[in-house]
Design a protein around this ligand. Sequence first.
Ligand code: B4P
Length: 192
Amino acid sequence: MRLVLLGAPGSGKGTQAARLKEYLQVPHISTGDLLRAEVAAGSPLGLQAKEVMARGDLVSDEILLGMLRDRFSRDDTRAGFILDGYPRNLAQAAALDELLASLGQKFDAAVQLTVDNEQIVERLAGRAKAEGRADDAPDSVRKRLQVYDQQTAPVIEFYRQHGQLTVVDGVGSLEAVFNRIVEAIAPEKAVG
Ligand code: B4P
């Protein structure tokens, strides 16, 4: 199964991808995790990305595409993948289409997790306390939500118009949201 997870920051993409990875037995590719690994390693790319991420902006499309190409060159993505955090703007959506076409692949579904802004701010404030991520600070969260509305919301519309979008309610227990996703993408495999 080839899955693209969409949704605002804090909508639970990473949380659900970690579960879906076990269920579907395919790798979880999180562009946020890939970037955070570069930042932690102090690589030139990480140094460039660190400040951009902390203020809640998007890292450049060029860097992201390079990272993604590299990740997709690994054999484990052939049988499927869960792509989390990409695409985040229309240019990235076009780049993903091209990349997958060059690999002779197509994704099966783009799943959007919907959560209202109030709940998102609450969740990210909780994570800020627990993990201390710089981009979970209130100013950065506001900026990330703004970037989402301006740049990522059109991607959702793009997939909707192409008949590739599945919308899932992202509010509820982790288990409830997981079951909704599974039901939406593979009804025969739904749990309970
Ligand atoms: P990401 O790592 O993608 O971060 P995110 O949007 O905050 O994560 P997500 O939606 O996965 O939330 P999560 O499950 O963790 O991006 C971080 C930054 O990297 C971006 O701002 C940008 O700078 C850069 N970046 C990444 N991709 C890029 C791209 N393609 N182009 C350019 N830049 C890019 O959940 C959040 C919190 O909610 C957690 O604390 C979790 O425990 C909680 N939660 C989850 N589900 C819940 C539920 N059902 N109920 C209650 N709480 C829940």
